[in-house]
Design a protein around this ligand. Structure first.
Ligand SMILES: [Zn+2]
Length: 116
């Protein structure tokens, strides 16, 4: 999702949009698929801060997928998660459509469900 690379299914991880260290929980709307490398590199950075970092590095985050994920999060019944999703969604709108959707879907499920 972050770097636009195609990963082997075993290198895909599930990570938290609202990081665990910021109170994020393992509820479905807070989870997203990320490659192992991005999961590790992102750490607890905010979603859009990490998106900008990847774009600056010449990579192509899947903006459409990110937007869908954040829209889902902003509809969470958990207030902290919904607020975080809405805020990141607003910030993402300013990043624009520079991302690529060419690897928009990970067809190779099931992926390794390593939580990060
Ligand atoms: Zn990645």
């Amino acid at each position: 999702m972050w770097c636009g690379r195609t990963s082997w299914p075993r290198d895909l991880t599930v990570e938290h949009l609202l990081p665990k260290t910021r109170g994020g929980r393992g509820i479905p709307e807070n989870l997203a698929v990320a490659c192992r490398r991005c999961n590790r590199r992102r750490g607890a950075k905010p979603v859009v801060a990490y998106v900008r970092e990847r774009i600056d590095a010449g990579e192509k985050p899947d903006i459409a997928l990110l937007r869908t994920s954040l829209e889902r999060l902003s509809a969470s019944t958990s207030r902290p998660h919904a607020d975080y999703g809405a805020r990141q969604l607003a910030l993402l709108a300013r990043v624009g459509e520079s991302g690529s959707a060419e690897h928009g879907r990970f067809a190779g499920q099931p992926f390794g469900l390593e939580l990060g």
